[in-house]
Design a protein around this ligand. Structure first.
Ligand SMILES: *Cc1c(COP(=O)(O)O)cnc(C)c1O
Ligand SMILES: [Zn+2]
Length: 420
């Protein structure tokens, strides 16, 4: 049972049937899934959602699949919790973390989009799936396509972190390391998608894939007790997640599941790749492509496909954006780890550092609530922090060595040394 009417051009609003297409033949605008909201409204209630599975599929009426989901049965429904310690440090009483660093099965929010994309790929009759990835998508496509029994081809820039390469190889995907940046990988993938009948999750079936990101926004509202936060800080690569969180908020409003959308959406980017934040600050509608140079490789898209829509969403919501340096990203990762015990990847460092900056600037009021989006796991980007966290104390296995080394050399608070 599906509530999808078809695809619709985001620019000229022409309609298309459900198929593996992503650009409008008339105006080259990008295509988006179009739903019958009246019919959804007649069946979807808070109670219905709450009685559903503890995964993204509790919102399946708002996802573009016809039959049963085939993968991602445990994806999503990740923790949202009040960050007391970090909130104290940043001066915010109502600060929350939405934590997709523990999303099943590959520890990033990409498990949401891939679950929807692969289910749709099967419905559309594909046998081979592929993607152009900045890292996390590669892992998620490799893992979930293994489960679903697809042939799988995964394309990445050659300079990715070890943790993002080991995953796809272990899951048994054909991993293609391209000597170029993500934008070059993506261009190559568009050519390959035009040549072979493969489902490229973020190219020819992108309209379906992207809908999976809405579940992140649905969960934030449901977990906050059916309302939006006053602010949300979202990491931006292609801009799709940000755009879809905004869409999710507005869909819930349209369906009467929340009363109003009160949320300002803020973009977080790395200084070495911030085309969206730059355009926002220059009050421009045109995104000037950049050559990425940042440790936040998962966000290193210099020519973001959904950039203009992300800018629309931020302006409409009254939000803003900031960029942060590599040093600030590392400090952001360490700050979250030290205060909340969450080890996030570089993208999470970007969001934490950006949130801190926006709070200091007053762009996020200390009187308001704020959700920080954590979208990936720190174990995959250990290179980023390795040289910035010190080393373990090394001792001989004797009390004497312990006391000499730790007690005499380490600068630890004296009250620890109370004896029995
Ligand atoms: C892909 C990714 C993003 C951003 O995704 P877009 O939807 O392309 O903006 C954010 N965080 C992490 C960890 C990612 O892998
Ligand atoms: Zn069009």
């Amino acid at each position: 049972m599906s509530y999808v009417k078809g695809l619709k051009c985001r620019e000229c609003h022409r309609h298309y049937p459900v198929q593996a297409v992503y650009v409008c033949e008339f105006c080259f605008g990008s295509l988006e899934v179009d739903y019958d909201y009246d019919r959804i409204k007649s069946v979807l209630t808070r109670e219905k959602i709450q009685s559903g599975p503890a995964s993204i599929w509790r919102y399946r009426e708002l996802l573009p699949i016809d039959g049963e989901p085939i993968v991602g049965l445990h994806a999503g429904f990740t923790p949202l919790f009040k960050a007391h310690n970090l909130g104290k440090e940043l001066g915010l009483k109502e600060l929350y973390i939405k934590d997709d660093s523990v999303c099943h099965p590959t520890l990033s929010f990409k498990d949401r989009v891939v679950a929807v994309a692969l289910t749709k790929a099967k419905e559309l009759g594909f046998r081979t799936v592929a993607c152009a990835s900045t890292g996390n998508l590669a892992g998620s496509v490799s893992a979930q396509a293994a489960l679903a029994g697809f042939n799988r081809f995964v394309f990445i820039p050659a300079d990715l972190e070890v943790g993002k390469i080991v995953g796809p190889l272990t899951y048994g995907a054909n991993l293609v390391s391209v000597e170029g940046n993500y934008d070059e990988v993506n261009r190559l993938c568009a050519e390959i998608a035009a040549t072979y009948r493969w489902a490229f999750v973020n190219v020819n079936i992108r309209p379906y894939y992207a809908e999976g990101s809405k579940t992140y926004g649905y969960e934030v509202m449901e977990q906050l007790g059916w309302h939006t936060p006053d602010n949300i800080v979202v990491p931006v690569a292609s801009g799709s997640l940000l755009v879809k969180i905004w869409k999710a908020f507005n869909e819930f409003k349209k369906l009467g599941l929340i009363n109003e959308v009160t949320c300002k959406i803020h973009a977080a980017q790395a200084f070495g790749c911030c085309p969206v934040v730059t355009a926002l600050k220059e009050k421009s509608d045109i995104i000037k492509p950049v050559k990425p140079k940042t440790i936040a490789k998962s966000l290193a898209i210099g020519n973001p496909a959904d950039g203009p829509y992300a800018i629309d969403a931020m302006r409409e919501s009254g939000g803003t954006g900031e960029s942060v340096t590599d040093e600030e990203i590392i400090e952001g990762i360490k700050l979250l780890a030290r205060t909340e015990g969450i080890f996030t990847e570089t993208a999470g460092g970007v969001t934490v550092a950006t949130a801190k900056k926006l709070i200091e600037q007053g762009a996020i009021s200390k009187k308001e609530s704020c959700v920080i989006c954590i979208t990936g796991n720190g174990l995959k980007t250990q290179e980023a922090v390795n040289d910035h966290i010190g080393k373990p104390y090394r001792i001989k296995p004797t009390l004497d060595s312990f006391q000499k080394t730790i007690r005499n050399e380490a600068k630890i608070k004296p009250d620890i040394w109370e004896t029995r």
